[in-house]
Design a protein around this ligand. Structure first.
Ligand code: SF4
Length: 474
């Protein structure tokens, strides 16, 4: 699947969201903006920051890319030494201005701002309860549920750590959170570690972010991942860790390494690029092809294709030219636009594929729309054979944890054999990395990974779905 701007042409599921937090000895606003630009690939629909200016939390948030939202008089008017930021792609809650983040509310301990990445699986129950208690919701997001619970907890107990801990006990599902509570900044990660969050040290203070690449690009240091079930407070001088729960197992989302995160990010101890290259090596071993050349779907399949070429000994070449300058208006969800976008975005390099048996590699495939177009293009450019190889096992089940793949009907692999998929794509053969192969490339046990969209076994209780073995001690 394709990288952020390639959403213009991709049938890939959309990213969830990205979050950052900073506590400095000087204004954080410029660094929050820079950090959000580093993780812009995690959400391109809306962006925002909230900073504590010494008296109150001030914020700027709206629909648009980071450089569009964080510019102009509103942005220029705010300043503060601590704050949080968010980029959004809507998963729960529709894509509209009220659902932009950070969400800010006023409580008895002052203003509170929240940035959230992930989806809750018990949001309906929580929303109903809060509505019955008299809350009127302003948005349709899970994130508002979290901040309403936190506000209630803070009313009963003004200690922010205790309030966050109590809030986390109510939540079920995937969440990485950043909070500004008055003049203090916190982060928290769900007890299964479904969504990522890490800690970094920058020149002017400490920071939390969805991806470690933020700290490299801001000339800082990656300190460590926030542990599943951990709450961390950051200050300009350091950080303080608190436990909310002690999980027996984790359930890191495998899709972060396969597709979502930047290749230069280190996530739960594994560099994303390295994992993707290993996936390509495993794929070559498990799904060999008699071929003359290996080409990636740019840019998403590049590390997988490199690994495939290294392991198979088949020459690696660039076989598809990408137009990087297709305008953003192509970021539209309709199928027809996507199909049109593929040909505007990608074009085969004839000399690489003419008369050759081609292996085309991508990192994952959900609907198959883009790959079908690519196979047609390669054949039109004179490829003798086209073999599709995919670095991730077949996606067959919905995600309830913040990835936009909610209906089974869309999955090309659901209920189909590899031969049937090849026929649909118009390819000579199709091969995927196995679930075991994925685990070995990640070096994580089955019990510490979420692979529910591959196996239909969910790490939390989801009505109507099978739950995997899992124990969490709270
Ligand atoms: S179901 Fe799939 S995409 Fe969703 S959290 Fe689990 S591994 Fe990630």
């Amino acid at each position: 699947m394709a990288v952020p701007v390639d959403d213009a042409v991709s049938d890939a599921p959309k990213h969830f969201c990205g979050i950052v937090a900073m506590a400095f000895n000087s204004d954080v606003k410029y660094d929050l903006k820079k950090a959000l630009r580093v993780i812009q690939h995690r959400g391109q629909e809306a962006a925002g920051i909230a900073v504590y200016d010494g008296k109150a939390i001030k914020y700027v948030r709206r629909m648009g890319l980071v450089h569009e939202v964080l510019a102009g008089p509103e942005y220029d008017a705010i300043a503060g030494n601590m704050g949080i930021g968010h980029v959004r792609y809507s998963t729960t809650g529709s894509s509209c201005a009220q659902n932009c983040q950070p969400i800010v509310v006023t409580t008895n301990v002052g203003d509170v701002a929240l940035g959230h990445n992930g989806d809750l699986v018990n949001s309906t129950k929580l929303r109903t309860k809060l509505q019955n208690d008299g809350w009127a919701f302003l948005t349709t997001t899970d994130s508002e549920i979290i901040i309403r619970i936190l506000a209630t907890e803070l009313t009963q107990n003004p200690d922010p750590v205790k309030a966050i801990r109590s809030t986390m006990k109510c939540l079920d599902g995937a969440y990485a959170l950043v909070f500004a509570i008055g003049n203090r900044v916190f982060g928290a990660r769900d007890p299964l570690g479904l969504r990522p969050l890490c800690l970094g040290k920058l020149e002017k203070g400490y920071s939390l972010a969805s991806e470690s690449a933020v700290f490299d690009i801001l000339q800082g240091e990656f300190v460590r991942d926030i542990a599943p079930g951990e709450i961390v407070e950051i200050t300009s001088k350091g950080f303080i860790s608190h436990r909310a729960s002690t999980p027996a197992h984790t359930a890191h989302c495998m899709f972060e390494w396969v597709y979502f995160a930047r290749p230069d990010t280190i996530m739960d101890g594994r560099e994303v690029y390295d994992v993707r290259k290993k996936l390509g090596q495993v794929l070559a071993h498990e799904q060999p092809a008699d071929a003359d050349v290996v080409i990636p779907v740019p840019d998403s399949g590049r590390a997988n294709a490199l690994g495939y070429a290294q392991e198979s000994g088949i020459m690696y070449e660039e076989g598809l030219m990408k137009n990087r300058y297709v305008e953003r208006t192509f970021i539209l969800p309709e199928q027809a636009k996507r199909e049109e976008g593929v040909s505007l975005k990608l074009n085969p390099i004839r000399s690489t594929v003419l008369g050759k048996r081609v292996v085309v590699v991508d990192d994952s495939i959900v609907r198959g729309t883009t790959l079908r177009k690519i196979v047609q293009m390669l054949r039109r450019a004179g490829a003798k054979e086209v073999h599709v190889r995919i670095g991730c096992p077949p996606v067959i089940a919905p995600c309830y944890y913040g990835i936009d793949m909610k209906t089974r009907d869309h999955f090309i692999a659901a209920g189909r054999t590899f031969e049937e998929i090849a026929e649909l794509l118009g390819a000579d053969s199709v091969g995927y990395t196995s679930v075991k192969g994925l685990q070995s490339a990640l070096g994580l046990s089955e019990q510490d990974l979420c692979m529910a969209c591959l196996t239909s076994e969910y790490p939390t209780c989801v009505p109507g779905e099978k739950m995997r073995f899992q124990k969490t001690l709270i």
